[in-house]
Design a protein around this ligand. Structure first.
Ligand code: NAP
Length: 314
C-alpha cells in the first residue's frame, strides 16, 4: 500500500555513517527517517572482532556494535524502515524518494550512507562456483569449511582478517596475493605470518576455479605467477575473495556527481554533494580511510550540515 511521508531528513543506509547521522539529526529535532537497505547494519554485521572502534577496552563484536548504534538512534527519535530505496529524484527541493514497499518520502534533505559492497574477481568459473565453494564472507560461510583446505585472495586488512578467522575451521589456509607485499596493518600481518595453519603464495592471481558439476563443488584452483606467467594448480575446496569493495551508488547514477570509480564526490571538508541539501557520508564517498570510526564522523558532519541547510532555507 502506498504511503507518503513528509520529513526534514531522509537517511539512506544503516552502517556507522547512517546511524550516526540519525543520532545527530534526531537530537537536532529533525525527526529523521532512516531506510536500512539490503544489509541492515552494513559491513560490520559480517565481521567478528572489532578492536579499533574507540571507547571499548575489550574486543567487541561487529554485529553487537551495530545493534547498539541502532538502539541509540531509535532511542533519540529516529524512525526506522526495514526497506530498500528504489528511486530518488533530486531535481527539485523538497526531494523525492520511493521504497520497494511503496513509501514515498518528500524530504528537505537527504543523507546518502549506502556504503560499499564486496568486489569479485569477475572470472567465469567464479560465477559457476559462487555459493558452492566460493564466498566473499568468512564470517557468514567459514563454518561450512570445517577441516578443509581454503584459499583467501587479497592482501588488505579484509583478506588477512578473513584468513585468520578461517583458521578456526579449516585445516589449512593459503593466502594468495598478486604482489610480494601486503597492504594490511602490521599487527595483522604479524599474526598471519606467525600462524601455523597459514601459508602465503606471493605474486599469483587466480586464473580458474576447477571443480565437479555433480554435486557442484570446488576442488582446485589454478594460479598464475604474475612475473613469469607459469601456472600451478592447488587443492582447495573453499575460496574466499577479499579484494576490496565498490561503492553502492547505482541508485544515484546520473543523478549526482561521482568519480570514475563511482564514489560520490563531496566538497572539501564537507559531506555536501553537488546538489544542495544532499549529503554523502561513509564508504559511499570515501575510498581512502573506510573505517567505522571515520564513517561515523562523516555521518555526524552530514547531519550537522543538513541541519544548517534546513535552518537557512526553510
Ligand atoms: P583493500 O585494502 O583495498 O585491499 C584489497 C586487496 O585486494 C589489495 O591487497 C589488492 O591488491 C587486492 N586486489 C584488488 N583487486 C584484486 C584483483 N582483481 N585480483 C587480486 N587481488 C586484488 O580492501 P580491504 O582489505 O577490503 O579493506 C578495505 C578498507 O577497509 C581498508 O581501508 C581497510 O583498512 C579497511 N578495513 C579495516 C579493518 C580493520 O581496521 N580491522 C578490517 C577490514 C577492512 P594490491 O595490494 O596489489 O592493490
Amino acid at each position: 500500500m502506498r504511503k507518503t511521508i513528509e520529513t526534514d531528513v531522509l537517511i539512506i543506509g544503516s552502517g556507522p555513517a547512517g546511524y550516526t547521522a540519525a543520532i545527530y539529526a534526531a537530537r537536532a529535532n529533525l525527526k529523521p527517517h532512516l531506510v536500512s537497505g539490503l544489509e541492515p547494519g552494513g559491513q560490520l554485521t559480517i565481521t567478528t572482532d572489532v578492536e579499533n572502534y574507540p571507547g571499548f577496552g575489550e574486543v567487541i563484536q561487529g554485529p553487537w556494535l551495530m545493534e547498539q548504534m541502532k538502539e541509540q538512534a531509535l532511542k533519540v527519535g529516529t524512525e526506522f524502515h526495514n526497506d530498500i530505496v528504489s528511486k530518488v529524484e533530486f531535481d527539485k527541493n523538497p526531494f523525492y524518494a520511493e521504497t520497494d514497499s511503496g513509501i514515498e518520502f518528500i524530504t528537505k534533505a537527504i543523507i546518502i550512507a549506502t556504503g560499499a559492497q564486496a568486489r569479485w574477481l569477475n572470472i567465469e568459473s567464479e560465477n559457476k562456483f559462487k555459493g558452492f565453494g566460493i564466498s566473499a564472507c568468512a564470517t557468514c560461510d567459514g563454518f561450512f569449511f570445517k577441516d578443509q583446505n581454503i584459499i583467501v585472495v587479497g592482501g588488505g586488512n579484509s583478506a588477512v582478517e578473513e584468513a585468520l578467522y578461517l583458521t578456526n575451521f579449516a585445516s589449512t589456509v593459503t593466502l594468495v596475493h598478486r604482489r610480494d607485499k601486503l597492504r594490511a596493518e602490521k599487527i595483522l600481518q604479524e599474526r598471519l605470518f606467525n600462524h601455523p595453519k597459514i601459508d602465503v603464495i606471493w605474486n599469483h592471481v587466480v586464473n580458474e576455479f576447477i571443480g565437479s558439476d555433480e554435486p557442484l563443488s570446488l576442488k582446485e584452483v589454478k594460479l598464475r605467477n604474475v612475473n613469469d606467467n607459469t601456472e600451478k594448480v592447488i587443492n582447495a575446496t573453499g575460496a574466499f575473495i577479499a579484494i576490496g569493495h565498490d561503492p553502492a551508488t547505482s541508485l544515484f547514477k546520473n543523478k549526482i556527481k561521482m568519480d570514475d570509480e563511482n564514489y560520490i564526490i563531496t566538497k572539501p571538508d564537507s559531506t555536501e554533494t553537488n546538489i544542495k541539501g544532499v549529503y554523502a557520508a561513509g564508504d559511499v564517498k570515501d575510498k581512502v580511510f573506510r573505517q567505522a570510526v571515520t564513517a561515523a564522523g562523516m555521518g555526524c558532519m552530514a547531519a550537522l550540515e543538513a541541519e544548517k541547510y534546513i535552518a537557512e532555507n526553510y
